[in-house]
Design a binder for this molecule. Sequence first.
Ligand code: FPP
Length: 256
Amino acid sequence: MSVAETPHKTSNDRAEPVQLHVAIVMDGNGRWAKRRGLPRTFGHTKGVEAIRRTVESAPDFGIRWLTLYAFSTENWRRPAGEVSEVMRLMKSYVDSDLEQLAQSGVKVKILGRRIGLTPDIAEIVARAEARTAQNDRFWLQVAFNYGAQADIVDAARGLMVAAVRGELAPEQLSETEFAARLSTGGAPPPDLVIRTSGEQRLSNFLLWESAYSEFVFQDVLWPDYGAKHLKAAVDEFHTRERRFGGSETGDILAAG
Ligand code: FPP
């Protein structure tokens, strides 16, 4: 993996490192498999290879934070065999790739509820985070048993507990304080949210954090995703004018 500091020409013509947070809804594994007459789970297996390609190439495009939506709180409704295959793939991905990720300076964070995970998955989640906790060059955040509404409720519950204990007065609560309690609290909000497969929905992903994100929808099924698709999405992002609620010519208010 290359260093996550890609020179980028600014309007002052100074080379400055761009550090982007890109979040991806990895959609289309099932359709990819179906089109080939294969079981849906085969699409997920191929999806892991697309994850590897994406993680490897992301720093080349100025990405420092990469957040991948791998398993939602709603995905438990899928057939048991498909759920257990996604769990198995998560485990085998960590078993096979963790050491290389750790040595490349990648910090792995798993977003989502720990409650509901089986003990073996909870163990690999804890292991991946502990092994890479000291890293900071590139963040790989995997949303797993994640739902944005659940994450917001969990943050609110934590605030209520703090208030009941007298540790926090209601008037002290700010957007910054609230955001810090989300499972994404350590990272900046995503600059760009990508969804593959042509669908145009957020599906309970990063509802709070994507308030000012740019969205790019790509007509490629996730198992086929690779560096050229990621580059195209980032190139599209760089054509967008971000205003963060400000006006076209006025000051841009820092939105974090
Ligand atoms: C969306 O495609 C994909 C998922 C819900 C699962 C993604 C999981 C992996 C790629 C593997 C496990 C994760 C890791 C981190 C190793 P879909 O099944 O909804 O596709 P469809 O819309 O075509 O049916």
